[in-house]
Ligand binder design. Sequence first.
Ligand code: PLP
Length: 375
Amino acid sequence: MRIETLAIHAGRSIEPASGGVSASLHLATTFERAEDGSYPKGHIYSRESQPNRADLERCLAALEGGASAAAFASGSAATSTLLQALAPGDHVIAPDDVFYGTRQLLSETFGAWGLESSFVDLSDLAAVERALRPTTRLVWLETPSNPLLGIADVSAVAAIAERAKSRGALTLVDNTWATPVLQRPLELGADLVLHSTTKYLGGHCDVLGGALVAREENPLFARVRRLQASAGAGASAFDSWLVLRGIRTLPARMRLHCENAARLATFLEAHAGVEKVFFPGLPAHPGHEVAKRQMSAWGGMLSFVVPGGRARAFEVAAKVKVFTRATSLGGVESLIEHRASVEGAHTRAPEGLLRVSVGLEHPDDLIEDLDRALR
Ligand SMILES: *Cc1c(COP(=O)(O)O)cnc(C)c1O
């Protein structure tokens, strides 16, 4: 089935007690054992597994074309659970423009615990090759990246990691920005996919969540599963229910996000008050050709730089009426954010950069709003 159909039907069943066409919310923390001591419905205690999370996990695995998925309380909980499943002394290669929260977890939290990481420019394949060590267990990609919309070639990086696979190296793609609607990492050669479902999958800025999807069962993912059950970072019943509800409209929403973002990028690129636009759909973007090969559309995120640095960027952001000044992305409402002041010391964002999560409003209203603010 196509993704539009999977998004609506995967992980769905008619509610046996009522005949309801959508799942009920199951708040029970504990589940009855049969007389012979077995668990007839497969659940024991909700930290380990529960029905709404199980529905969501079946849906996520189907959407990414994976064998198995694990849903977490946030994208960062998914990241930390995966890193906990590694061992002290193991080595991770990550992009030098990886999501700043991931960078913090890798270098501070897990660095102190003995995990080693190298941050490299993933568009430099020779640098990725040089960074490989006998202890490399994970090559992490994030494409498009934040906030410069950098594009990494998933197949090319996965092919390099493949050579180290006999020593246990797996490739992971953080597919939060592209979503499985626009980009299929497991088909491009990756072993694992990570999501912050807080973003496009949830889609309404009202639920925090994360997920890992594995192409096939492997020892690392088995440890992730055990940690999900034992360490307690699994997604709650209500959060799972909300994310699954968001996913039902994901393919339809993505189509409109992409259409609106492309309109806005073209408008901004031609605007006299804008110095530079970062959007992979623009032919001048350095990742344009790779993005064309591995994505079915350009996504709903873009960044632009205004001349005049931080002061001017704040001035523009202060004047918008339709956009909301806020962090995060992937909701139905358009958001605008000055990235450098959020990311702090290690930021790669120019001071004049504003990042935009293009929502589902009418594109003319968005264009008029930005035009007014830029004037
Ligand atoms: C938001 C985000 C995360 C972290 O997810 P949370 O749900 O906020 O913990 C990780 N990666 C990317 C690309 C993100 O945008």
